[in-house]
Design a binder for this molecule. Sequence first.
Ligand SMILES: NC(=O)c1ccc[n+]([C@@H]2O[C@H](COP(=O)([O-])OP(=O)(O)OC[C@H]3O[C@@H](n4cnc5c(N)ncnc54)[C@H](OP(=O)(O)O)[C@@H]3O)[C@@H](O)[C@H]2O)c1
Length: 252
Amino acid sequence: MSRLRGKVVLITGASRGIGRAIAEAVVAEGARAIINYRSSSREAEELVRRLKESGADVLGIRADVSREEDVESMFRVVEENYGELYGIVNNAGHGSAIIWNKGFNELTWGDFEEVINVDLKGTFLCTKFGIRLMRNGGSIINVASISAKTGDTMGIPYLVAKAGIIALTKSMALALAPKTRVNTVVLGSIKTGWINWLSDSEVERLIRYIPMGRLGLPEEVARAVVFLLSDDSSFMTGHAIVIDGGECTACD
Ligand SMILES: NC(=O)c1ccc[n+]([C@@H]2O[C@H](COP(=O)([O-])OP(=O)(O)OC[C@H]3O[C@@H](n4cnc5c(N)ncnc54)[C@H](OP(=O)(O)O)[C@@H]3O)[C@@H](O)[C@H]2O)c1
């Protein structure tokens, strides 16, 4: 299929996990993909090489999305190479087991800042600088979590950042309509690197809460992101698609 033929799409945090699956999926739909990463240069370069070998137009750019100067220069490189942009997938996430495992009493405000700076500030900055290149409109996808809707005893800075992303998505959708659509994917437990933080018995316990009886796969998230990027979702903006195997049926 080629639902994104020739469209330039930037994916943040695409060196591994869900971001990598999104990059592969948008390329499979004919997009020209910009692979952002911060520190996993080996993984990012390997992905860029593999996608280029398949004939795709792909560019890797290192930038820390929490740093305004990095984001500004990343979009300068995008402009120099492509001139314009159609889509942004704000996928980069902090991902620290140390902060995740702190209970409320152990947290410092610095922990909140560290996570919010990547997830929420990064989403804001990439949209702020990226939108200038989306002259003909397009589609922006943000990435949130079901824990933002339920609350939790662990990962509190993370779920606060993700709750901010849900609110920001709605505001961005209103501000950028009608040219640019903005939606979010709200994720349950998806099988990426963080699963290695858990013991087998903890994974088993987690799965008991998922009606589908398993973890989600990055590719399953990527298919929803392609839908939201493409004209298949042309009348959708300001909304969320929940991808959680039924874990959060009582959230709304
Ligand atoms: N997996 C889940 O169950 C789940 C559930 C709910 C929501 N999510 C959200 O889905 C997104 C992807 O999750 P994942 O599980 O695929 O995470 P992951 O495997 O930890 O990958 C995170 C990605 O974000 C990048 N990143 C981290 N800090 C960055 C920064 N400051 N600037 C640019 N890139 C940065 C990493 O790049 P480098 O390695 O190069 O630093 C990496 O490519 C995140 O927003 C996460 O919060 C995931």
